[in-house]
Design a protein around this ligand. Structure first.
Ligand SMILES: Cc1cc2nc3c(=O)[nH]c(=O)nc-3n(C[C@H](O)[C@H](O)[C@H](O)COP(=O)(O)OP(=O)(O)OC[C@H]3O[C@@H](n4cnc5c(N)ncnc54)[C@H](O)[C@@H]3O)c2cc1C
Length: 374
């Protein structure tokens, strides 16, 4: 084993792996170190929902489009199945329909279109007809089963690109070219630190300046009683006041007011509905809630899960469905920025996605970071 590589990446979540890919594509040698024995962070706890539509206009949307293209290119090579393409946002309130009408007029809504309830049910037959006013169709999204996709991406980087990934190795300090770890000293010309929501192990003082916190999300796997093909990712009214691409439109003010009036508990727990399907069986990954804390508690609340399921059952017809898994995931969160790239030293970068968009934007971010470093 060569002690020295061109690039050393700390963290084998999607952000670290995206940087490894961007580096090997520039012809650089890459080593990735992760303290966990297998992927265990936000990258395997998420929806695997590569979202373009609804991302904030500007950099995030541009990075999401680029990342979606990289996912589409890499997935077949790495043996990652794409479960479904596209997104249906089901609007039940008149205010939600107004948000969708405004959205399709925007630059980021250009390839999307409004659908009647019947058209929406052609796309997603499980959508409930009662109460459905209109829907948005976006062709951009794709969905992977993260808990398989991230390990497969890592294995492919090793196999096809010679990336060396060492697990159960904690990085203790960095003074390029030296990188001190629990497995001894490595060397690299450049180091990219992708620590997810760990703000204290490396460069704690620098990260403290960004006033980061953590967001905890409750998630479930729901198994339908009968065979089901969802056909696309599904969201509902509540997503339109969370995803900035919709929430920053003028009609979203009225929608938020209506939700505040009718269902304030959904806003209190930051609940919106995302339902996506597994490529392996009929199960759906369903979420989520948003609770912010420096150290989120480990305890999932039943009442919060029940609110998520209430919305699921309003939007989709899934008679006899059962919850077969529940988990909590956390991601780094900033009130003011969707991501950060910090430069603690000439050849070191810290890259943290500080919003729930890392699966959707990491490949785009990584190409920018490597271009600047190179
Ligand atoms: C429940 C949930 C749902 C989400 N849904 C979506 C979604 O649908 N679409 C989307 O785009 N995004 C989604 N996100 C956000 C997305 O998952 C994150 O933005 C992304 O996974 C962050 O990736 P990461 O590589 O930075 O972090 P992680 O996956 O947490 O990886 C960080 C890694 O760094 C390692 N590490 C940290 N410090 C060290 C050290 N000193 N030495 C060695 N290793 C270290 C850790 O062990 C860890 O493996 C969701 C997040 C959650 C929690």
């Amino acid at each position: 084993m060569n002690v020295r590589t061109d690039v050393l990446v700390v963290g084998a979540g999607i952000v670290g792996l995206a940087h490894a890919l961007a580096a090997v594509r520039l012809g650089l040698t890459v080593r990735v170190l992760d303290r966990d024995a297998q992927a265990n962070g936000a990258s395997v706890r998420n929806f695997g929902f590569i979202t373009v539509t609804g991302q904030q206009a500007g950099d995030t949307w541009r990075r999401a489009r680029r990342s979606r293209d990289v996912w589409a290119e890499v997935a077949p090579q790495a043996g990652i199945e794409v479960a479904h393409h596209g997104l249906v946002v089901a609007a039940r309130r008149p205010e939600a329909e107004s948000v969708l009408q405004a959205f399709v007029q925007t630059e980021t809504g250009a390839d999307c279109r409004l659908m009647t309830p019947a058209q929406a049910r052609d796309r997603v037959p499980a959508l409930r007809a009662d109460g459905l006013r209109a829907a948005l169709w976006s062709p951009h999204e794709l969905r992977v089963e993260s808990r398989d996709a991230v390990p497969r991406l890592a294995a492919w980087l090793q196999r096809a690109h010679g990336v060396e990934i060492l697990r159960s190795v904690q990085v203790l300090s960095i003074d390029t070219p030296a990188v001190e770890t629990t497995a001894g000293r490595f060397e690299a010309d450049a180091v990219i630190v992708c620590p997810g929501d760990d703000f204290s192990s490396l460069y704690a003082q620098r990260l403290a300046r960004y006033e980061l916190t953590r967001c905890a999300l409750q998630m479930m796997r729901v198994r339908p009683a009968a065979p089901l093909r969802l056909g696309a990712a599904v969201m509902s009214d509540f997503g339109l006041v969370r995803y900035l691409g919709y929430a920053q439109l003028a009609p979203a003010v009225d929608l938020r007011r209506a939700i505040e009036r009718d269902e304030p508990e959904m806003l209190e727990h930051g609940i919106h509905l995302i339902a996506v399907q597994s490529p392996h069986d009929d199960s759906l990954v369903v979420g989520d809630s948003h609770h912010y804390a420096t150290t989120p508690g480990p305890f999932a609340r039943d009442d919060v899960d029940n609110l998520i399921l209430r919305e699921l059952d309003r939007v989709l017809e899934l008679p006899g469905r059962s919850v077969v898994e529940r988990w909590i995931g956390t991601y780094a969160s900033s009130p003011s920025r969707p991501m950060l790239v910090d430069r603690p030293a000439e050849r070191v970068r810290i890259v943290v996605v500080t919003s729930g968009t890392g699966a959707s934007t990491a490949f785009g971010i990584a190409e920018e970071v490597l271009a600047e470093l190179a």
